[in-house]
Design a protein around this ligand. Structure first.
Ligand SMILES: Cc1ncc(COP(=O)(O)O)c(C=O)c1O
Length: 382
């Protein structure tokens, strides 16, 4: 009974009956997206960080239902490829509402951005400047800086970001090549549970801006990236958008009052807690004295969030029981790497029982494959 109560709290507003109804209509595995939660997350961002323009990071969940909903709310978008630009544009979003926030772009991506007019784009190295000078010299350029990732699960300044010491040279280089450097960006890592990491990044930005100004390079835009926690309000041991915004609001307010445009690229904090996966037990075996449940979704599907996003999930069985036993959960593919979780406490389950996984809306379905012929889970929005 206790477990089902937890389930109700976590999955609100999705009740047990509705889960069974959805499953009978759409089958499993099924990713259920909560429309009201996406709307609430988007609005929370606007409320907590007024004046900051939200560019939803499409990579977190590029499902057309998500992109369409956010487009209708007036969101702007962070896109990383030609395909993401085309997807967002298909919802009637104008090119000014997109930023090409990938510092290493394919040539066809740059050409497509030029063709459709997506002119804001990031860079962090000279080779990228050469490509941009060749294929889209009128683009507005944002230099991405490497900043610390303290308190973040994924470090996004390892593969990307110019060393702040090289920043002036790279800005100057852009100017000398006849290009248009307009701003600076960073990404504190994802999710970032230490709000001070944003403050540190902004101090680095301030320092570069000052030095740039001394050289006559006047920048007017800052992009604070993503990394915002999954929850709006504090959940035990985790950061919250509220806590981050308390630190950010005064700092960003100062930039806004100086006439800067301030952008953010939240992905996880918009869709992460708006996704619930319903998966089914398709097989069961005892191996070396342990119970294994085989599910119809695995590491090559929605649970790709585990290897790629280092995610940890909670699992709830839709079954009343007096006792629980530690179980291994495995995916449906023939790869023995496809083990989703071990020692998960669950009631004894049978083939066809359902397992529900909340907070799985970001970097999950997005990276699912159809390895071994298993389709990506269906997605519905309720
Ligand atoms: C450039 C850029 N912007 C924004 C995001 C979204 O970050 P998050 O989902 O942590 O908000 C990412 C994530 O990888 C990113 O690489």
């Amino acid at each position: 009974m206790g477990r089902l109560r937890v389930l109700e709290r976590q999955l609100f507003p999705l009740g047990e009956e509705q889960i069974f109804e959805l499953v009978s209509q759409f089958g499993t595995p099924l990713l259920v997206l909560l429309r009201e939660r996406i709307i609430a997350n988007y609005r929370a961002f606007q409320r907590f960080l007024p004046g900051v323009e939200v560019f939803y990071a499409v990579k977190a969940n590029p499902h057309p239902l998500v992109v369409g909903l956010l487009a209708s709310l007036g969101s702007s978008f962070d896109v990383a490829s030609k395909q993401e630009i085309a997807l967002v544009a298909s919802f009637g979003v104008s090119p000014e509402r997109m930023i090409f926030a990938n510092t290493i772009k394919r040539r066809e991506g740059i050409l497509y951005a030029r063709q459709v007019g997506v002119s804001l784009m990031t860079y962090d190295n000279e080779e990228e400047l050469k490509k941009i000078a060749r294929f889209y010299p009128e683009a507005q350029l944002i230099l991405r800086l490497k900043t610390p990732s303290n308190g973040s699960r994924i470090d996004l300044s390892y593969k990307f970001g110019a060393d702040p010491q090289e920043a002036l040279e790279l800005l100057q280089r852009a100017q000398d090549m006849g290009l248009r450097p307009v701003g600076l960006s960073f990404h504190v890592g994802s999710p970032c549970h230490n709000p001070k990491t944003y403050a540190t990044a902004l101090h680095i930005v301030e320092d570069v801006l000052e030095k740039a100004q001394e050289r006559g390079l006047f920048l007017t835009l800052i992009d604070i990236g993503g990394g915002f926690p999954l929850h709006t309000y504090a959940v035990e041991g985790e950061g919250s958008l509220e806590a981050v915004s308390e630190i950010l609001r005064p700092l960003l307010g100062a930039f806004l009052s100086r006439g800067f445009r301030v952008l953010a690229e939240p992905g996880r904090s918009i869709v992460g807690n708006a996704g619930i996966l319903i998966t089914r037990v398709i097989g069961k075996a005892w191996r070396s004295g342990k119970i294994w449940y085989y599910l119809d979704d695995g590491l090559y599907g929605t649970f790709s969030a585990i290897p790629f996003d280092k995610a940890h999930f909670s699992f709830y069985a839709l079954k009343e029981s007096d006792g629980e036993i530690p179980a291994t959960l495995a995916g449906p593919t023939c790869d023995s790497l496809d083990v989703v979780a071990e020692d998960v406490l669950l009631p004894p389950l049978e083939v066809d029982d359902l397992i529900v996984v909340p907070d799985i809306g970001a970097y999950s379905w997005a990276s699912a494959t159809n390895f071994n012929g298993f389709d990506k889970p269906q997605v519905v929005m309720v």
